[in-house]
Design a protein around this ligand. Structure first.
Ligand SMILES: [Mn+2]
Length: 218
């Protein structure tokens, strides 16, 4: 079989499902190329285990809002962290190693078949380097200004921009799988008990692994 590519959606510590996904795809290490949409950590059962799988298999991830949030709050004085932030940091054994891994994640990866970004692109901008990093990791809908990134009153961001190649993204579990010719949305809420999803461009096929359980309430 020829070398293939796989883009995997938001993992949130669902290490078992990530392993099963590589099996289901029949991933060949050193031959196939695997990318991931970011939000590898938090909410789920085994963020460190999931990151180990990423490293062992040379999977390339982009930065999600959860990685960006951790990298930001780790530099804040302890007393400035919220209770939720403190709990999430405590849940990550081997925090220094986690930080060293996620600090390598870029905001986007321009891959041969698609542009990979965590949440989406900023409408109205032509160059990625001009786009607001907060928007790249957080956008769901577009209000015309970027003040509100999730109101359902506004259209999805991908109805407000065109790009020269398909865009692969995650971050919007509630919206589920997006399968438009130019936009592939892969967050299908594995950590909420739904499924881990992935897309192979050579086959134009989706792969899914059902969640073993509800790890986190919606
Ligand atoms: Mn996210």
């Amino acid at each position: 079989m020829d070398a293939r590519t796989l883009y995997i959606g938001d993992v949130h510590g669902c290490a078992d499902e990530l392993s099963l996904m590589l099996e289901k795809f029949a991933f060949v290490r050193g031959k196939d190329t695997v990318y991931q949409t970011g939000d590898m950590i938090n909410k789920g059962p085994d963020s460190v285990g999931a990151l180990r799988i990423i490293q062992e298999n040379q999977i390339r991830c982009v930065l999600g809002n959860h990685e960006m949030g951790l990298l930001h709050c780790i530099h804040e004085p302890q007393e400035k962290r919220t209770l939720k932030q403190r709990h999430r940091i405590e849940a990550l054994e081997n925090i220094d190693w986690v930080l060293s891994v996620i600090s390598q994640f870029p905001l986007w990866i321009d891959t041969p078949h698609a542009l990979l970004v965590h949440a989406g692109l900023e409408p109205g901008k032509k160059n990625l380097s001009e786009m607001n990093p907060h928007i790249l990791v957080s956008i769901r809908t577009w209000d015309g200004a970027g003040a509100d990134l999730k109101s359902k009153e506004n259209p999805p961001w991908f109805e407000c921009i065109s790009w020269e190649k398909p865009v692969v993204f995650g971050h919007w579990a509630e919206n589920g799988l997006v399968n438009l010719p130019d936009f592939k949305g892969l967050d299908t809420g594995c950590v909420y008990g739904k499924a881990l999803s992935a897309w192979c461009p050579e086959e134009d096929r989706f792969y899914q692994v059902p969640a073993r359980k509800v790890y986190c309430p919606i």
